[in-house]
Design a protein around this ligand. Structure first.
Ligand SMILES: [Zn+2]
Ligand SMILES: [Zn+2]
Length: 174
């Protein structure tokens, strides 16, 4: 089983390889990188000049690859979801699809920028494994309302979330 990464927009290779390594370490699954031809035109909101997270998830649900476990899209443009001015990411809870926008995570400090993306990727993939938001502000599953929230949390799961994640993964593989 693989976690597939697809990219839209300008996502540098170094970041992708970093994500692949981080996902493997965190979730134990190999990552496959895949390119998608669609320019995602239908998922763009021209009035708000942002992509619509739900529409990207819907598009991802139409894709299929060999031994696909989860599919995560990375987009370099700004994104929102219903009820929010913007979102860093969105996922189907206990589902297959997730998306992270790097737009508001960007920093000239590459280490900081990559670290933020790893956190949001872990967070959204956590949702796909059935995890909800966590009250522990250091836990990667705590909700980020701002970039300060993202910077405050770690990229790791708290003990309680880690247990839930392990159980969810064990149920999948056995
Ligand atoms: Zn969340
Ligand atoms: Zn937690």
């Amino acid at each position: 089983m693989y976690i597939y990464l697809v990219t839209f927009g300008n996502i540098e290779k170094r970041l992708l390889f970093g994500i692949a390594k981080n996902v493997k370490e965190t979730f134990g699954f190999e990552v496959r990188l895949s390119s998608v031809a669609s320019p995602l035109k239908h998922a763009y909101d021209h009035e708000r000049k942002q992509y619509v997270g739900e529409k990207i998830l819907d598009y991802l649900s139409t894709l299929n690859y060999p031994e696909l476990l989860k599919i995560l899209a990375l987009i370099s443009w700004d994104m929102y979801a219903e009820g929010f001015n913007f979102v860093f990411g969105l996922a189907k809870i206990q589902g297959r699809e997730a998306v992270v926008s790097t737009f508001r995570l960007f920093s000239r400090d590459e280490r900081l920028f990559f670290e933020r993306v790893f956190k949001e990727v872990n967070h959204e993939l956590g949702h796909t494994f059935g995890l909800g938001h966590c009250p522990d502000r250091r836990c990667v599953m705590s909700f980020s309302n701002s970039i300060d929230d993202t910077d405050h949390k770690s990229k790791n799961f708290c003990t309680s979330c880690k247990t839930k994640l392990k159980t969810a993964i064990a149920e999948l593989t056995f």
